[in-house]
Every structure is written in structure tokens, then in C-alpha cells.
Ligand binder design. Structure first.
Ligand SMILES: C[S@@+](CC[C@H](N)C(=O)[O-])C[C@H]1O[C@@H](n2cnc3c(N)ncnc32)[C@H](O)[C@@H]1O
Length: 237
């Protein structure tokens, strides 16, 4: 993971991808599952090493899964619902910008624990709730925030990208102590959170951009994770 002086949001995607890839090459997981990786896989176009025996893409939506090519297994599940019927176990589970769509974060992580093999690891990249654009997204009606995102980030709706799904940010936090406490009874052997600060949402709004960047940098320097914007959450069974 890149360790700059402060963890700025511009590094979070690459750090997440590097974390996932390092686990794949160093820990040699055989069975991998990605949640919500139908349009953009966390391993990109890289050739998977021979020790990977299966790569499963899971999603709640059959429509989303219909885009997945035949080289991958698919699994239609509500990652926040009842997964007790799923017998498969995975050595690595990953998700990128999916955790915020789970209405009950604790149930989501309980399900990840259920689906992990002993010794398995889960890595999730999520936006965290108290950064102001995500707080606004959480507080305001979906129709209104969809219009705002269309205005500020039109590329997200250009047909190749995923647009906007309703977000709840349940247990989407940038603090390791907070997440350890919240998930204490789930049974993970370790929980680590790497938080990032700042975001692109106000790039086109002069004044607000400078104000919010200043606040984010102040919080980053003091590691006030409550105002983080993104987090990589790593849980091990
Ligand atoms: C924002 S998109 C994923 C983005 C993709 N990983 C990326 O980085 O571009 C969120 C995905 O999560 C899926 N999803 C939402 N809620 C879910 C749930 N409860 N269980 C499983 N998948 C869910 C959606 O269908 C969608 O495919």
C-alpha cells in the first residue's frame, strides 16, 4: 500500500487494487469471489495465476450478472440477506463500491464471515458516511441526489459506467477501533481499516472545493477518521 504523508482519496482505488493483487500473489487464494464486479473487475485484465481455481462474480441483480463473460462463475445473492443456503466458501472476497449499498452493514460482514473459508480474507473499498457528499447522499431523497450526481459527475451515466445505486453507508467507517467494536462478535480474527481523505465531488464548485479540501487535509493530518471519505476494510476469518 502506498504510504504518502496523508492518505488522499486519489490513492484509494490504486491502493485497493494493489492490496487485492498482493493478496492474490502472496497468499495464493484458490477460490475468489467479487461482489458487484460485473462491469469492472478488481483484477482488471490481469491474467490470474494458476493457483486460482475459481473466480466467482456475485451480485443481487440477474441483469447485472448477465453481462459477465463465461470464463467466470456467477452467484446471484443478496450479500446483505440470507446466504445460509450458499455452501461455497471463498479464500478471498472483494468488493469495490458495493458495501455502501448494503442496508445493514453488520449483516453484510456476518455474511462475508459465513462465505469465507477458514483463514480467508475479505477486502472492501467503500465511501465513508461523514464526508459531506456522502452524508448529503444519505440524508436526501434518492431522486434529488441522483440529479446532483448527474450534474457534477455526468461520466457516471455515460452507459459504460454503473450510474448510481441507492446507498445506506451502514458500517462504512474509516476507523479501525470503530469497526473492531462494531464487528467484535462476528468472529473475524483481524479487522484493519485504512482511511482516505478528500474527494472529487466539489471539483466544479469554486469556494466549496477549497473549503472542503482544507477541512479534509486538516482531518487527514490529525487522522480524524470521522471525516474520512473512503476506506479499505480488511477482515480475516
Ligand atoms: C456501484 S455498483 C459496483 C461498482 C463496481 N464494483 C465498480 O467499481 O465499478 C454496485 C453493485 O452492487 C450490487 N449490489 C447492490 N446491492 C447488493 C446486494 N445487497 N447484494 C449484492 N450485490 C448488490 C449492484 O447490483 C451493483 O452491481
Amino acid at each position: 500500500m502506498v504510504q504518502s504523508e496523508i492518505r488522499w482519496h486519489t490513492d484509494c482505488r490504486q491502493d485497493y487494487l494493489d492490496t487485492v493483487w498482493n493478496i492474490i500473489t502472496d497468499e495464493k487464494p484458490a477460490r475468489i469471489m467479487e461482489i458487484g464486479g460485473t462491469t469492472s473487475r478488481s483484477t482488471g485484465d490481469k491474467t490470474l495465476p494458476d493457483h486460482v481455481t475459481s473466480f466467482t462474480i456475485s451480485d443481487i441483480s440477474a441483469e447485472e450478472l448477465s453481462h459477465v463473460s463465461d470464463e467466470f462463475d456467477t452467484l446471484q445473492i443478496n450479500a446483505c440477506g440470507d446466504v445460509s443456503h450458499v455452501d461455497q466458501r471463498f479464500d478471498l472476497i472483494m468488493s469495490k463500491f458495493c458495501g455502501e449499498h448494503m442496508p445493514d452493514g453488520k449483516q453484510f460482514h456476518k455474511n462475508m464471515h459465513h462465505l469465507l473459508a477458514d483463514g480467508g480474507v475479505a477486502v472492501h473499498l467503500v465511501p465513508t458516511i461523514f464526508a459531506s457528499p456522502f452524508l448529503i447522499n444519505w440524508l436526501f431523497p434518492e431522486q434529488l441526489t441522483r440529479k446532483a450526481v448527474q450534474l457534477l459527475q455526468p461520466r457516471r451515466f455515460d452507459g459504460q459506467n454503473t450510474g448510481k445505486f441507492p446507498a445506506y453507508y451502514s458500517l462504512c467507517r474509516g476507523s479501525t477501533p470503530y469497526m473492531r467494536k462494531a464487528l467484535a462478535d462476528v468472529g473475524f480474527s483481524s479487522i484493519e481499516v485504512h482511511e482516505y481523505y478528500g474527494h472529487h465531488y466539489y471539483d466544479k464548485i469554486f469556494g466549496l472545493r477549497q473549503l472542503d479540501n482544507g477541512l479534509a487535509r486538516l482531518c487527514a493530518r490529525h487522522e480524524w477518521a470521522v471525516y474520512s471519505s473512503y476506506a479499505i476494510i480488511i477482515t480475516r476469518k
